[in-house]
Design a binder for this molecule. Sequence first.
Ligand code: SF4
Length: 299
Amino acid sequence: MAQLDRRLSENVTGEFYVDDSCIDCDACRAIAPATFRDHGGQSSVYRQPRNPSELRLALMALVTCPTASIGTLSRHSAREGVQAFPDRIVDDVYFCGFTSANSYGGWSYLIVRPKERGGNVLVDSPRFNSLLVKRIEQMGGVNLMFLSHRDDIADHAQFAAHFHCPRVMHSGDGAAHLGIEQVISGEKEVRIDDQLVIVPTPGHTRGHQVLLYRDEVLFTGDHLAWSPERDTLTTFRDVCWYSWADQTRSMEKLLNYRFEWVLPGHGRIGHAEAAAMHEHLDRCVAGMKSRDPQMLRHE
Ligand code: SF4
């Protein structure tokens, strides 16, 4: 819970504030850009919500914050923020909110599908919050957990136990030691069904993998994200823990796939027509190969 006596001085006066426990994960700025800003290394409130829509988004940011760094002066019900999640992004794909400090605020997603199509898929792990769990139950539960890599798995074990669902993860990220039920190895794509394809993408970590849904939505973990500043796809060399050469090679491999949406664990969501997205990816690969200095930044 945010503490008023630790309120950052960069906040404007008013109801919402951020305290000094902020880890600069970017979630509040992505969700409620009309309220939160980056003042350099942390977030703060630069303008108080001005209408019901901005208030709702500020409350969604409050419940999503992994470190509970966002607070309100008066006792303010966060119900509206809680009930907003899972929040639809496109068709049957939802953002779960409720990020975890254990994943440094990494984003997780829920694909909602009928049982006869294989059921729901939880992509990486949100915080195990009882209110979120109840909402996911109402939406059909979880039939499979896809874990992109070791950094964004948060409360995966609790979700797997609660929903009695298998998890799928790559051996390169220690899946066997985590008791993962379905372990992927090697670098060949693995087709789960006619809608879901796992593509191993070593680089950020040794066992990183992405998930392609319906040739439309690519869940990219920490491999690839959208840069709103550059208005194109980007990747982050300064948080490449395993091999930049492998990450570049893995990125090039994605040119063989069609997708319109990029849904990352860290970084911003991107959307473009498939042909345009392919061009963005092509440019991203070229930048990685040419050691583009923009790629060195974590935006
Ligand atoms: S969501 Fe929380 S931790 Fe992340 S940037 Fe905002 S205040 Fe900081």
